[in-house]
Design a protein around this ligand. Structure first.
Ligand code: KIV
Ligand code: NA
Length: 276
């Protein structure tokens, strides 16, 4: 059965954790869907892990739609959320609604995600009014890397922490269906999770959020970027991949691959005719 916004609501009510992983392609998304991951996030982190940029600010609507379609085709059960990229919604409420619509219609997403709290209430409200579910992303907002001067924990002092609480309340009020809380102290995330009735999904936000999300290349040790404190490697897949690629090169060079079991046969009469 396909997960919907009702599934997320139920999970919070029943105190069952929501599981979310990023996905950007059909093959990986299908493996996750078959593993019972509740939500697949087509994150704009794809700019870094799939396209090799050093931040998410260069990601385009076309990039997001392209990858979102591939993930949506694999998601038989999982709920698909796709990120609005930098400058696709900050410019105006009109742009926000228009581009959210593209992620749904062309990208086949079930919900969109945008970075912002109080300052983006109106955007969230109007996208929601267009019948598009919105997930808000607060705390550390990677699209603001140039303004922040780097990626760091948010909400450590009173004023910052209070602002993040106000962001959470504002996006709930505006109609957001869930909140991604990135890189905030665990106790702050716990407080916010208690204050809002919509699910919180944490990344670097402690165990008391209603759900968790990770970038899959991080949890599989596939990406060579700086490993954050909040990342856990669940399997050294990057290492296995490198080993397999190395073995392949060696076997090809030494003519150990392919062998007779990988070959197609031809009738010997056909061959002798060809040679004559
Ligand atoms: O783009 C992304 O992967 C995200 C998650 C880190 C929440 O927004
Ligand atoms: Na993102």
């Amino acid at each position: 059965m396909k997960n919907t916004i009702a599934t997320l609501k139920e999970r919070k009510q029943n105190r069952q954790k929501i599981t979310m992983l990023t996905a950007y392609d059909y093959t990986t998304a299908k493996l996750m869907d078959e593993s019972g991951v509740d939500c697949l996030l087509v994150g704009d982190s794809l700019g870094m892990v799939m396209l090799g940029y050093d931040s998410t600010v260069s990601v385009t609507m076309e990039d997001m739609i392209h990858h979102s379609k591939a993930v949506a085709r694999a998601a038989k059960s999982a709920f698909v959320v796709t990120d609005l990229p930098f400058m696709s919604y900050q410019t105006s409420v009109y742009d926000a609604v228009f581009n959210a619509g593209r992620l749904i219609k062309e990208g086949q997403a079930q919900a969109v995600k945008l970075e912002g709290g109080q300052a983006f209430s109106e955007h969230i409200k109007m996208i929601t009014q267009a019948s598009i579910p919105v997930v808000a992303h607060i705390g550390l907002m990677p699209q603001s890397v140039l303004a922040l001067g780097g990626y760091k924990v948010q909400g450590k002092d009173y004023q910052d922490a209070k602002n993040i609480v106000l962001d959470a309340l504002a996006v709930e009020q505006a109609g957001a269906i869930a909140i991604v809380l990135e890189c905030v102290p665990a106790d702050l995330a716990k407080l916010i999770s208690q204050l809002v009735s919509i699910p919180t999904i944490g990344i670097g936000a402690g165990v008391n959020c209603d759900g968790q999300v990770l970038v899959y290349q991080d949890m599989l040790s596939m990406y060579d970027g700086v490993a954050s404190k909040f990342v856990k490697s669940f399997a050294p897949i990057g290492h296995y991949m490198k080993q397999a690629f190395t073995d392949y090169c060696q076997e090809v060079k030494q003519q150990q691959f392919p062998t007779s079991i990988h070959e197609f046969a031809i009738d010997s009469e056909v061959m002798s005719k060809l040679k004559s």
